[in-house]
Design a protein around this ligand. Structure first.
Ligand code: ARG
Length: 407
């Protein structure tokens, strides 16, 4: 029986070549699955063109899955709740889309009675890890194939291969950037970006070109940790993200330039543009400042770092990540309210106000004016006992640096 493979298909050069290459080299049947996670930011190509490319390349079938809402409501929403930023910067743009794609690949593999799934990743990146670990978590029986890790072709070789098989591709031999995009933003690698000293070129950015020089003020409303409205207008999360990408991006907000640690031991310089992701995480974190009890808030901060590492490392479907989800979900019960954002070109975001019916901010306790309700006298004994250990230590053993440097 001919082995059947379900390929995560993007429509680009590598996955188009992968279809024909796997047929020729491995004698398999290929079903191409394109998962729409909101990658069609600029509408450059129709899904119909992509479908016909897959079929010309030799796929026995092509499936388009619309996973935009799912990406937003399940994956971006959890990332917002976790204030997820890998290495305190990157909001996991590509890392979040891979488990969505994996879930659909596995579902299609079952539907088509396939024995394997395949991806077009090379051996140097994180995405191979995410595809493979994710697939094995959901379907330990499925094999995962990685043609691009085996074929040993350069980019120019791949273009020649596509020409030989008359696969209509737009790519040229001189590709400059490698770009991965979805609702949550755009990840840009290669070309001039590979020199970490060189300032990133303007040209690969599309979401964050400044077209609006006036300050933009927006209110984001949250319900139990999830953004539900922009300026009072209730929206589905996918639409809210898309809208915010446009409005915040127009002020130039949302760029990141970082050297990051890949799972496979490589440091790489990458740039990102993700206006909605960064703005929503900033707004959400600010609202948490207002509503979370101190110990919960501090502990959550430590676990957020771990959550982001796990998701970056391809562990979306893993017991620790799921256990952390349960903790985070519990903390979100009171994260409801509004946050005021002010964007100023180029690229500045300030949070200028926040409010919540669940706020732990108590005006009477906080104020220094006549409305003060705080019991000042209570502090005397509290502070004495709080500092008692240090005082005893100072009396018996002395502080080393009691004398200021002579001036
Ligand atoms: N370094 C990022 C990550 O591992 C982005 C990778 C995106 N891939 C790309 N072809 N630009 O999540």
């Amino acid at each position: 029986m001919t082995k059947r493979v379900v390929l995560a298909y993007s429509g680009g050069l590598d996955t188009s070549v992968a279809i024909r290459w796997m047929i020729e080299e491995w004698g398999v049947e290929v079903v191409a699955v394109l998962v729409d996670v909101g990658q069609d930011v600029d509408g450059a190509e129709s899904f119909e063109d992509i479908r016909s490319r897959a079929l010309v390349a030799g796929a026995i079938d092509f499936v388009l899955v619309d996973a935009r809402q799912e990406m937003a409501e399940e994956f971006c929403a959890k990332a917002i709740a976790a204030n997820a930023r890998y290495e305190n910067k990157y909001p996991l743009v590509s890392a979040l889309s891979r488990p969505v794609i994996v879930r659909h690949l596995v579902a299609q593999a079952r539907r088509f009675n396939a024995q394997a799934v395949a991806h077009g990743c090379t051996g140097k990146g994180n995405d191979q890890v995410r595809f493979e670990v994710g697939t094995h978590a959901l379907a330990p029986d499925l094999e995962v194939l990685a043609p691009a890790r085996n074929w040993g072709m350069t980019r120019a070789d791949s273009v020649d291969f596509a020409e030989k098989w008359e696969i209509p591709i737009k790519a040229t031999k001189e590709k400059i950037y490698s770009i991965d995009e979805n609702l949550w933003g755009r990840a840009i690698e290669c070309g001039a970006i590979e020199d970490p000293w060189a300032a990133p070129p303007e040209e690969p950015y599309t979401l964050t070109r400044v077209t609006d020089r006036e300050p933009v003020e927006l209110t984001v409303s949250f319900h139990e940790g999830v953004p539900v409205a922009l300026d009072g207008v209730a929206m589905k999360l996918a639409d809210l993200i898309q809208d915010l990408n446009v409005r915040a991006g127009a002020t130039g907000f949302g760029r990141l330039d970082m050297v990051e640690n890949r799972r496979v031991g490589i440091k790489s310089r990458e740039v990102y543009e993700c206006p909605a992701a960064l703005a929503l995480i900033a707004a959400h974190a600010d609202l948490e400042d207002l509503v979370l009890e101190r110990d919960v808030h501090h502990e959550k901060g430590r676990l957020e770092t771990r959550w982001s590492e796990l998701v970056y490392d391809g562990m979306w479907f893993s017991p620790l990540k799921e256990a952390l989800d349960a903790f985070i979900a519990d903390t979100q019960r009171h994260v409801s309210g509004d946050v005021r954002l002010r964007f100023e070109a180029p690229g500045l975001l300030r949070i200028v106000g926040r409010r919540s019916p669940k706020a732990l901010y108590d005006y009477g306790l906080a104020t220094y004016d006549a409305a003060d309700t705080f019991r000042h006298a209570d502090s005397e004994g509290y502070v004495r006992i709080y500092g008692l250990g240090v005082k005893t230590w100072a009396q018996r053993q002395g502080a080393k640096n009691a004398t200021p440097p002579s001036s």
